[in-house]
Write a protein that binds this ligand. Structure first.
Ligand SMILES: *Cc1c(COP(=O)(O)O)cnc(C)c1O
Length: 315
């Protein structure tokens, strides 16, 4: 029978750390926390993530109703959710059954989904899935909206939301991870994704070969005194950059389809664990090396291997 190879890539998710992150955000911000579990919780498994943080958050954010259904968010956690993307159906009943509030940006969506307590998504600069300022009155009236959100990456956008809705008594939220530290961005709730996952994921794989390099090696002809090999490549989402071994940073010098070359020292041995994310390597470190954002780095590496869940604070 085939079984998990000891040389494979492991994606270990610490559920207690996720919960601790959510609790810390709630304390720091003093407002309701909606944990963003879209895209299968950034590739970490929405069901397990939602069960872990459910008890300490006000609810969840997904992109679509389908994501909430697939993860059985309501059934598993008893917490409501908000779908941030454009509504995929204008029929209110599935939204009500699943306790998911749709975000709406047009009069047609708002009117059709009125029963499902739609949230108006206000355009403060993102210019997608959002209602332009001149249509706010019509959409709010059509949907009987009592809540408003905006997709904001800068504080000016939060100020704009506040200004546009001044005097209307709508519940408002705008802040994702990037604006969590800014009290002015908090409004009535926050919607962190990355900040829940940071530091909770460890992606690792063992060295399968270690040797003295004899002249130029690999496809690129890199030269190093010693190098190691891991069974993780760009088909796993990996790119050249940084990794760590026993807490020490090393270079991932060349990445192939299903394997990669790692800079090695005289102490490194076959079987030693190479950490691609976690320990001395943060999402931000990987993102810096890859010239992408930390979300993209996390998404790539969360899909690199077999998921394993642990709860470091379990009795
Ligand atoms: C993805 C998303 C978030 C969460 O973003 P993070 O940067 O991961 O915290 C919040 N709000 C909206 C509208 C989003 O699409």
């Amino acid at each position: 029978m085939p079984h998990a190879s000891p040389t494979a890539v492991t994606v270990r998710i610490d559920l207690a750390k996720l919960r601790a992150n959510a609790v810390e955000i709630a304390h720091r911000t003093g407002v309701s926390v909606y944990a963003v579990v879209k895209a299968d919780a950034y590739g970490l498994g929405a069901r397990r993530v939602a069960e872990a943080v459910g008890p300490v958050v006000a609810g969840f954010c997904v992109f679509s109703l389908k994501e909430a259904v697939d993860a059985e968010l309501w059934a598993r956690t008893g917490k409501p959710a908000i779908a941030l993307g454009p509504p995929e159906t204008l029929e209110p009943s599935p939204w009500l059954e699943q306790r998911v509030q749709p975000c709406v940006s047009t009069v047609e969506q708002a009117a059709a989904l009125r029963e499902a307590r739609p949230i108006i998504c206000v355009d403060t600069g993102m210019q997608r899935f959002a209602c332009p300022p001149e249509r706010l009155d019509d959409v709010i009236r059509a949907g009987g909206c009592e809540e408003a959100i905006t997709h904001a990456s800068r504080l000016e956008q939060v100020e704009r939301l506040r200004e546009l809705l001044r005097g209307r008594k709508l519940k408002m939220h705008a802040s994702a991870t990037a604006l969590l530290d800014d009290p002015a961005a908090r409004l009535d709730a926050v919607r962190p994704g990355l900040a829940i996952y940071r530091g909770a994921v460890r992606v690792s794989t063992p060295l399968v070969e270690v040797r003295e390099s004899r002249g130029p090696a690999g496809y690129s002809g890199f030269t190093l005194p010693r190098h190691g090999v891991i069974l993780c490549g760009y088909s796993n989402g990996l790119r050249p950059g940084v990794c760590s071994i026993k807490g020490q940073r090393r270079r991932l010098v060349e990445v192939g389809m299903q394997s990669a070359f790692v800079e090695a020292s005289a102490e490194d041995r076959i079987g030693d664990e190479i950490v691609l994310l976690g320990d001395a390597v943060s999402e931000a470190d990987v993102a810096g090396e890859w010239r992408c954002g930390p979300h993209e780095a996390l998404m790539c590496l969360s899909g690199a291997g077999a998921r394993e869940y642990l709860d470091t604070m379990a009795p």
